[in-house]
Each structure stands twice: as structure tokens, then as C-alpha cells.
Design a protein around this ligand. Structure first.
Ligand SMILES: Cc1cc2nc3c(=O)[nH]c(=O)nc-3n(C[C@H](O)[C@H](O)[C@H](O)COP(=O)(O)O)c2cc1C
Length: 189
């Protein structure tokens, strides 16, 4: 019997009624058997400062520990000005440093994102995929979960209400679990 896989979910919005935080909460209800999904809250992540990378703030130490303990990462990103939000980039940069001590190295990952617009975070998601090249992460390709017109799919508190979107998230998580097992146990395939 396989050990349960640990997925760490990170949402790139700090907003109280965030659609992306809501999508991550929904994902916690949709995780397949054999996996768990814990959330790391980026509130309190400071702006990256290379002067402090050898002795990073507690929040960053905690983030790196959570990443290292996880088998896979689920990024849930808003799109800010056609890219990922600064707080998510800061978190990524902190956890990638100092050089040679990146917590991201070799981690499988999945991406989803929600936007009030119709392009549905596509541009931000492709920026995140580009970032993962240098991080040496292994992003899952499909399904691409791009949740557009979010105001129609979430309630006023940011809870996901759209059943079709839940199905996409369910499939994303199933594929992430299979992808992670393939990467962790290549000899079994
Ligand atoms: C600084 C800023 C930039 C934004 N840029 C974009 C953008 O480039 N594309 C887009 O689809 N939505 C953009 N939006 C709108 C976001 O989709 C919307 O604010 C969304 O609710 C953010 O996600 P959240 O609900 O998880 O906080 C932007 C919002 C802010 C605050």
C-alpha cells in the first residue's frame, strides 16, 4: 500500500475573500484518496532581500520546511498585470535561496488560478511555468485549470460554487497524484 502523498497548497493572494484562496479551500475537499492537501498561508512573507538569505526570517524558514516535507506543490495563482503576484514571487525567491539550497528542487507541481477576467490567469500561469524551469520543478501539463469570470463561479465570501470547476480541480489533483508517484518511483513504470 502506498504511503499517502503530501501536497502543499500555496495561494498567491492575501485578500480575505480571494477567489484563489477559495479555490484552494475547495481543492482541500476534492483531494483523492491516498493524498492530503495542507495549505501554507503567504501572509507575513516579506519582500525578498538577498542580504538576509543566509539568515532568513522565521516565516521563510517555515515555508522551506513545509515545501521540503511535501511530495508535491499546488500553486493557486491570481494574475496581476499579466504575471504572478509579487508575494508569490517573493515566496518562490526566498525558498530558492541561498544558491544550492532551494527547497523547490525536483518537486512535482500543479497550477490553477482564478481571475475576474476571461483570460483566466493564463498569462500568469505560463510565467509560473517559466519560473519552474530554473527551479527544476516538474509541473503537470494537464488539465490546465484556468478559472475565468470568477465572480460567477464563487459566492461573495470566495467559496467556489461552480460544479464544473470542481470537476476540473478534482481531475487536476488526481493527475498530480499519479504524476508525483511516477516521478518518485520511476522504476515502477
Ligand atoms: C494589481 C492587480 C492587477 C491585476 N491584473 C490582472 C490581470 O493582469 N489579469 C486579470 O485577469 N486580472 C487582473 N486583476 C484582477 C484579478 O483577477 C482580481 O483582482 C482577482 O480577484 C484576484 O484574485 P483573488 O480574488 O484571489 O484576490 C488584477 C488585480 C489587481 C489587484
Amino acid at each position: 500500500m502506498n504511503k499517502p502523498l503530501k501536497i502543499l497548497g500555496i495561494a498567491g493572494s492575501l485578500r480575505r475573500h480571494s477567489y484563489n484562496r477559495g479555490a484552494l479551500r475547495a481543492a482541500q475537499q476534492l483531494v483523492p484518496e491516498g493524498a492530503t492537501l495542507d495549505v501554507f498561508d503567504l501572509a507575513g512573507i516579506p519582500g525578498f532581500n538577498q542580504d538576509e538569505e543566509q539568515n532568513p526570517p522565521h516565516k521563510v524558514v517555515d515555508l522551506k520546511r513545509h515545501i521540503r516535507e511535501a511530495d508535491a506543490i499546488l500553486f493557486v495563482t491570481p494574475e496581476y498585470n499579466y504575471s504572478i503576484p509579487g508575494v508569490l514571487k517573493d515566496a518562490i525567491d526566498w525558498a530558492s535561496r541561498p544558491y544550492g539550497d532551494s527547497a523547490w528542487n525536483g518537486k512535482p507541481a500543479a497550477i490553477m488560478g482564478a481571475s475576474i477576467g476571461g483570460i483566466a490567469t493564463a498569462r500568469a500561469q505560463y510565467h509560473l511555468r517559466q519560473i519552474m524551469v530554473f527551479l527544476n520543478m516538474f509541473p503537470l501539463n494537464q488539465p490546465e485549470v484556468m478559472i475565468g469570470n470568477a465572480a460567477e463561479r464563487f459566492d461573495a465570501d470566495g467559496n467556489l460554487t461552480d460544479e464544473a470547476t470542481k470537476d476540473y480541480i478534482r481531475k487536476l489533483l488526481q493527475n498530480l497524484v499519479e504524476w508525483t508517484r511516477r516521478i518518485k518511483q520511476p522504476e515502477a513504470n
